[in-house]
Write a protein that binds this ligand. Structure first.
Ligand SMILES: [Zn+2]
Length: 140
C-alpha cells in the first residue's frame, strides 16, 4: 500500500513550523543571565563569555553575535544615570573636587560592571527569540 503525498493538504506542513519564542521572556531570562530557552541554565561561563550551550537544557548558545550592542547600551544607561546625579550634587552641595573624584568614577565603573553582563544576556535573549544568527537552526 503506497502513501500518496497530497501537497494541498495543510497538515503535512504543520510539523515543519518552529515553536514560537517569546521575545520579552527571553530578554527577561537574559537580564537574569539565564538561558533564553529554559531560564534555568547559566548563560555565561565567564564574566562576559557566553556558554557554547546551556548546561541545563543543551540549547546551542554560541550563535549569538552581541558584538558592541551591550557596551553601547551600558554606556547610554550609565551616562544618563551618573551625569545628572553628578550635576545635581554639584549644584546642591558644591563638594570639594576630591569627593567628585572619589564617587563618580567608582559609581560609573561599578554600575557598568553590574549592567554589562545583564544587558549582553538580554541582547543574546533577543537574538535567540528572533532566531537571528543561526539561532533559527539554519546557517546564514
Ligand atoms: Zn537552557
Amino acid at each position: 500500500m503506497s502513501h500518496v503525498l497530497d501537497i494541498n493538504n495543510p497538515e503535512i506542513f504543520v510539523a515543519a513550523e518552529p515553536e514560537s519564542r517569546s521575545i520579552w521572556q527571553s530578554i527577561r531570562r537574559g537580564l537574569s543571565m539565564r538561558c533564553p530557552s529554559c531560564g534555568k541554565g547559566k548563560l555565561f561561563r565567564k564574566f562576559l563569555k557566553v556558554a557554547n550551550s546551556c548546561p541545563h537544557c543543551g540549547e546551542e548558545l554560541f550563535h549569538h553575535q552581541a558584538d558592541d550592542a551591550p557596551p553601547y547600551f551600558t554606556i547610554l544607561i550609565v551616562g544618563h544615570v551618573v551625569v545628572p546625579i553628578m550635576l545635581a550634587v554639584e549644584l546642591e552641595y558644591m563638594p570639594p573636587i576630591w569627593v567628585h573624584v572619589a564617587i563618580w568614577p567608582t559609581l560609573a565603573l561599578g554600575l557598568s560592571l553590574f549592567l554589562l553582563p545583564r544587558i549582553k544576556g538580554a541582547v543574546v535573549g533577543l537574538q535567540w527569540a528572533a532566531r537571528m544568527h543561526g539561532f533559527g537552526g539554519s546557517a546564514e
